[in-house]
Each structure stands twice: as structure tokens, then as C-alpha cells.
Design a protein around this ligand. Sequence first.
Ligand code: ATP
Ligand code: LTN
Length: 345
Amino acid sequence: MLCVEKDVSEMSDMEQKQVMLSGIQPSGELTLGSYLGAIRNWAERADQFDCYYFMADMHTITVRQNPAELRRRTLTQLAAYIACGLDPEKNTLFIQSHVPEHAQLSWVLNCYTMFGELTRMTQFKAKSAQHAENINAGLFDYPVLMAADILIYQPDFVPVGDDQKQHVELCRDIAERFNGIYGDVFKVPQPYIPKVGARVMSLSSPENKMSKSDQDPNGCVYILERPEDIARKFKRAVTDSEMSVRFDPEQKPGISNLMQIYSCAVGKTYEEIETEFAGQGYGVFKKTVGDAVIEMCRPIREETDRLLKDKAYLEQVYRSGAEKASYIASKTLRKVYKKVGFIPR
Ligand code: ATP
Ligand code: LTN
């Protein structure tokens, strides 16, 4: 059975540092979902793990992008990573396309991935419905590039939100298949999914995941958004006709989602939140959650703005990140090429 929540905080300092790796596509502005489901958990682990985080720019072109916008978002995402607490001195931060070994390994792994496996990927089905006019081979092959992104760094853990679990499971299957043929080439990583915040739902349709490519701008909160816009979105958040703040994702998806967000923002348990808002209307609750999110995001926005003014610094961060990443990636690639029978140059 796949590990979802090994309590990484229990691991002893005496153990050799394990490796953690993850990425996010700069396909839009970072959302509250990607912050709570992923980035926030990365920043907490820097002392304990050897950490690699990247901007998955190669993944974004599976959907048509405006080139200038893609460049801007990639740089903004790097600044936001740092502003979210990813210290470049402690974490290796880089841009995926700067490390060509990802694409090189991806080709090899393609030959160890079954067509049927890729057709079963939920994200492929959803994205091909969303972009019916452009169901390109890259969209289909996306999980293999993701498997290469991961396996090339031999990580122990891949911290992602719940929606990416299926891709990490496929990555494990590919690694096990390859290892089964050639011996222990790849470490088989485990997804690391947070207990709270793994699936933040849309504020306007709480049965759907909050997503940066959502067509409805009111459902999605961006972490770099202006406070007044965040406040408005929470004020309008869809709830239900009952009047009790109670955690029940089946019957009360809207309220439960707000409780999840609030719990992440202020660190209170669901019971504590229920007690805090007992007998109060939804209006008060929604405003309190909105205010808590605004305060959580404020320092991130301010620091991102500041960092974006210092392009030379950002350039130095992604250059040295790519250098460190390339060193590890090229070692794994050499091993793989040798195993499959390519002659070294
Ligand atoms: P897109 O709409 O372009 O598919 P997205 O908004 O779904 O993007 P990603 O960039 O695919 O977000 O995800 C970045 C990381 O954040 C991944 O680890 C993903 O699992 C996590 N994540 C994304 N959305 C959520 C969410 N709503 N709740 C929790 N985690 C999320
Ligand atoms: N598919 C991921 C982004 C991603 C990723 C990765 C995450 C690309 N490569 C490797 C973890 C590890 C997503 O967020 N949609």
C-alpha cells in the first residue's frame, strides 16, 4: 500500500538526510490550494531534508501559453517560492527547462510506460475535455515527464496535493518496472500529502477542486491577490441553507472547505472552530476566514513584490539551482543510459 502520511516529523536527525522534491507549473498565478496543499509543507521541511523545488515550465506548454506571460509567471513563481519561506540557501530552486536531463530521461521512461496506463490518468481525461481542440501528445505524456522530474533526483518524498497522487503512483510503477529489469536504478518515492489542506475546494463550486485554470474567477483565491479581492471572494463563497458551522464535507461542502482553509490559516482544529462560531451566522464566519487568509498572504505578497524588483538576485538563484540540480540529474541519467545499453560519448 502506498504511504500517504508517514509522519516525517518523527524521523531522527541522526538518519542521513532524505531527499524531497516537487514542482508546480507556472501556468497561472499560485492559488491558495497550491499554497496550502503543497508549498507551505515544503518550507517546513528544509532543515530535515535535502530539498529540490522547481518551476515546471515544460509541463505548461501542454496547453497553449503566451510566451511573455510564461516568462513573467515563471519568475514570479520563483519569487513567490522564496517569499513562502523556501530559502535558496537551504533549498535547491530551479527552472525545469534549465536541466535538460528531465526531458532526456523522460524519453527513456516513455519506453517503459504503457499506453493504457496513461489513458487512465484522471488529469489527462479532465484536461482533454477542457482543451478538446488541442489534445496533443504532450498532454498525454505529461505524467512520464513528471516521473522523470522525480526519479532523476532519487527522492524519498514528493510533497503534493491530493490530485497529484495518481501521477506519483504511476511514477512508482514505472520505477519498479525499470528496477525489475535493470536492478535498483531508481529509488521508489512516496507521495507526501498533508493531513489538512490536501484538497482545497473552489469557493464558488465547492464540489470542485480550487484550480488556477478555473474559468470562474470567484472560485479561486490567488496568494498574491489584493486583500479587497480576497475579502470579496470569501464574502461570496457558496455555503448552504443551514446555519451551523459544522465539519461535514458530504452534506456541507462549502462550510467544510472554509473550515479547512481557516484551520490551515490559524492552526485551530475543527472542534475548536465549531465552538468558536457556535450560534453565529455564516456572514461572521466567512469574514473571519477571509481576514485570516488576507493576513496569511500579506507578507508573501509584499516579499514577492520586493524580490521581483531584484532580477539579478533571482537570476543568481535559478542559475545556481540549475547547476546543483544538473549535477545530480546527470549522474542518474548516466546510470540509466548505461543500463539500457547506450554507448557513453
Ligand atoms: P492547473 O489548473 O493549471 O491544473 P492547479 O491549480 O490544479 O493547476 P497545480 O499547479 O497543478 O495546480 O498544482 C500545484 C501543486 O499544488 C500540486 O502539488 C497540487 O497537488 C497542489 N494543489 C493544487 N490545487 C490544490 C488544491 N485545490 N488543494 C490542495 N492542493 C492543491
Ligand atoms: N503535475 C504537477 C506539477 C509537477 C510535479 C512534478 C509535481 C510536474 N512535475 C514532479 C511533483 C513532482 C502539478 O502540480 N500539476
